[in-house]
Design a protein around this ligand. Sequence first.
Ligand SMILES: Nc1ncnc2c1ncn2[C@@H]1O[C@H](COP(=O)(O)OP(=O)(O)OP(=O)(O)O)[C@@H](O)[C@H]1O
Ligand SMILES: [Mg+2]
Length: 216
Amino acid sequence: LAASTAHEIRNPLTGIKGLIQLLSEKYQTEKDQQYFSVINQEINRINQIVSEFLILGKPTIQKREIIDIREIFLELRPLIESEAMLSNITWSHHFPSQPVHIVCSKDQMKQVILNVVKNAFESMNGGGTLLIEVSNIKDKCNIKITDSGIGIPKENLAKLFDPFYTLKESGTGLGLAVCKTIIQSFGGSIQITSEENKGTVVNIYLPLNIEKTSES
Ligand SMILES: Nc1ncnc2c1ncn2[C@@H]1O[C@H](COP(=O)(O)OP(=O)(O)OP(=O)(O)O)[C@@H](O)[C@H]1O
Ligand SMILES: [Mg+2]
């Protein structure tokens, strides 16, 4: 139901967005432009929630390919770097020197990493450290993302992956639910451990594409 409703919301939204664009070319005063900017932001937010709903409903619609996970981080690097700079966060990473091949949809995998990294940044209000590690454990790729943020009380750990579970004023609580759905659709798993006022560790495990990894 969520997925089909989400899909039906998208079409009229696209129409609204187009018309707002036309109106914003017609009404040029500063005040009007401010209104249009807010309308646009809100439409983008609805769009984002709708996209997440679509993933929760139908996780397998995207094309799968064999990807070196390091490549995904390389592409996300400028984003993470600028966000870290703005938020006074020191970040470092540790990747194997050999390719780490997994089977996934690149865009969805990027979304997973961004959701987790976004949570890490949001937990470190005022600064901290972020560590991103990739390693091979037997036949699995392990992505480990560690922050030095506020941490998560024990009693909340079980709720983290519930859709709409959020403690943030402007959060939708879909970030981790989406991550879990995507990771599971790739045959992987995601685990979170945390200590209050110390920080949080997110571990993602994905099956390695052994053939490709050992041949290169
Ligand atoms: N790294 C973290 N440190 C501390 N708390 C976390 C961390 N990651 C998740 N949480 C807690 O889990 C909740 C759910 O996270 P989730 O990403 O699903 O939703 P959200 O971040 O609240 O909203 P959204 O991701 O939709 O913007 C968060 O509100 C926060 O309380
Ligand atoms: Mg989040």
